[in-house]
Design a protein around this ligand. Structure first.
Ligand SMILES: [Zn+2]
Length: 590
């Protein structure tokens, strides 16, 4: 605890110090360090994309349409294309002088010639034929770019598509080229201007991140699972690295609970007759490793051409058994059909007694009735997690899940979204839709379709371990899906993966539990105030609402040895500190 006098004197110094660095604008006491600057009202999906990217990685930000407000932050991210009409001439001058004085600017689609000197270019062209962007050279922005799949951002399959999203190709003069499109044109450039830096990317945030999270990836990855597919995450990691290199002390809301480096999320889809009984063996294995998992259950109570009605009272005995052992049950729909993505939405008020899955299937019927049946048959069950059968995703799935009271979805595949981080998906699968309160956990690893077999076991375990490792380097998560159709080689493969992960700082647990943590974490905003030797961190929520295990990362620097963390009401939040190479983890105990 610090005395009020100490804090006051610290603030006074802060006020005196900052005007020197950032001109005559008086600094606000608390700040995020990053401003998302909205270009125009029509660019709302760019704002949504930039905000979502920063939220996923835990970079604190504030969004503004005012250039005057934005340039009070040491780093400004521009959401919207940089044409000559993007800002007024006066605002343009402010942006120039912001960078000249030491500010860091990150823009996309720089196309206005009045901005060329700032970004070190003398021209541009546009193209829809760029199916990748290769990062080149060395830059602090590449701190997390250490694997070939991260150097080579894939934007689509050139053999299947002739036209992809619009890209801007730059003609650099003073700028250093940090990324090239396949035809060698510059797609990512850095220009040191005055004391500051102006980065420019030839892709929009919505095309390179948000659209991909909706599954609109132009089939950039040939595999939907069992692949390290970080292309959208790399754009996010560039922002994180630039932030860490330029905003001091940097502060992040860590992605993983309890200060762990990464997480392995366990899940099983019960969508076959034998899987109900077998699930008990998987639960027993995971218990031995101190972990739990989420079992997504298909409540198929009728027989059709694809399968028998295996959701029976005999089989629900096994569900009660794993529930009693502390495992989560989620819904895996009623019918488990690939055609789910073409079902009509239907009525939200649908009930088991009135639902006709064979003659009149609906999206609401699948998500509502499966939830009702699980809650009818498992005493104490409250269904919050959903994964669609066949990972089939109707455009309105997320809004239907929200209406039905779900909190976590795991229908997307990491190979389709090129995203591994947990994120808040849009309510409907199109740009312009609002972000939901649901958390999406993309499936990374999957045993099905003949991938994991007795013969492929060694290779599969090695691949899975490598993918967990690659994600861990980015403080990212890996979601495993094993169908419990077998209790010999499948159980053995999972055990070997658990053994490998247990040796490392990997949080191992269920999709639903991690999802609830990620959901609570996503709504938390942090700000910090810095004085000579003191960092005050303020969270946007009252202490009682913070998720257990919430961890902050604060840059290590002997200058700031006194740290206070306060909640939205000003109450102290106790924390324990763990030192890392360049940061300290503040593990909060709310
Ligand atoms: Zn399934």
């Amino acid at each position: 605890m610090r005395s009020a006098l100490e804090v006051r004197s610290g603030v006074a110094l802060f006020v005196l110090y900052l005007p020197l660095a950032f001109g005559s604008t008086p600094p606000t006491k608390l700040s995020t360090g990053v401003a998302v600057l909205q270009v125009a009202a029509r660019d709302t999906s760019e704002v949504t994309a930039a905000e979502s990217d920063l939220e996923m990685l835990g970079v604190p930000y504030e969004t503004t349409a005012s250039v005057v407000s934005a340039i009070r932050s040491p780093m400004v991210i521009i959401a919207g294309a940089m044409t000559n009409t993007a800002f007024s001439p006066a605002s343009r001058e402010l942006l120039y002088s912001f960078v000249e004085r030491g500010g860091v600017l990150f823009a996309t689609h720089v196309q206005g010639n009045q901005y060329f000197p700032l970004f070190g270019i003398n021209g541009f062209s546009t193209s829809r034929e760029n199916f990748g962007l290769q990062l080149t050279g060395n830059d602090p922005a590449f701190r997390y770019v250490n694997r070939p799949q991260e150097r080579d951002i894939v934007l689509g399959d050139s053999k299947r598509y002739r036209e992809l999203n619009w890209t801007t190709q730059y003609q650099p003069t003073g700028a250093v080229v940090l990324g090239r499109f396949p035809g060698r044109a510059a797609g990512f450039v850095r220009h040191d201007y005055g004391r500051g830096i102006a980065y420019s990317l030839g892709l929009s945030f919505s095309d390179s991140t948000l659209r991909l999270a909706l599954g609109q990836s132009y089939e950039a990855e040939p595999q939907w699972a069992n692949v390290f597919a970080p292309s959208a995450d790399v754009i996010r990691l560039l922002l994180r690295a630039i932030y860490e290199a330029n905003v001091h002390p940097f502060l992040l809301v860590h992605t993983i609970p309890d200060g762990f480096e990464s997480a392995l999320l366990l899940s099983h889809d019960i969508d076959a007759r034998e899987s109900f009984r077998n699930s008990v063996a998987f639960a027993a294995l995971e218990q031995r490793y101190g972990a739990t998992s989420t079992f997504f259950v298909t409540t198929k109570y009728f027989s059709d051409s694809t399968d028998a009605g295996y959701y029976t009272s005999q089989n629900s005995v096994y569900l009660r058994e794993i529930f009693k052992r502390g495992f989560d049950l989620g819904s895996h729909s009623v019918s488990h059909l690939k055609a789910f993505n073409r079902f009509p939405l239907g009525e939200a008020a649908v009930r088991f007694a009135t639902y006709r899955p064979q003659s009149a299937p609906t999206v609401f019927g699948e998500v509502e009735v499966s939830k009702q049946l699980l809650e009818r048959d498992i005493p104490g069950q409250h269904t919050v997690a959903f994964r669609a059968g066949e990972l089939s995703h109707p455009p309105q799935l997320i809004s239907a899940l929200e209406t039905a009271g779900y909190l976590v979805d795991s229908t997307r595949a990491a190979g389709d979204t090129l995203t591994n981080y947990a994120y808040r998906p849009l309510r409907e699968s199109h740009l312009g839709s609002a972000a939901s309160s649901i958390i999406e956990i993309p499936v990374t690893l999957d045993d099905s379709m003949g991938y994991l077999t007795p013969a492929s076991q060694d290779r599969v375990v090695a691949q899975w371990t490598e993918i967990v490792e690659a994600n861990a380097e980015n403080n990212n998560i890996t979601c495993l899906l094993i169908h419990p159709t077998d209790t010999t080689y499948k159980l053995a493969a999972e055990e070997r993966l658990l053994q490998a992960c247990r040796k490392k700082p990997v949080w191992i647990g269920s999709v639903a539990r991690f999802g609830l943590f990620a959901r609570a974490r996503a709504s938390i905003r942090v700000e910090r105030a810095i004085s000579e030797n003191h960092v005050l961190i303020r969270l946007s929520q009252p202490r009682a609402d913070l998720p257990a295990g919430l961890t902050l990362v604060l840059e290590s620097d002997p200058r700031w040895d006194a740290i206070d963390v306060r909640d939205s009401q000003g109450a102290d939040i106790p924390f324990t500190t763990r030192l890392k190479l360049d940061g300290r983890l503040l593990i909060l105990h709310p």
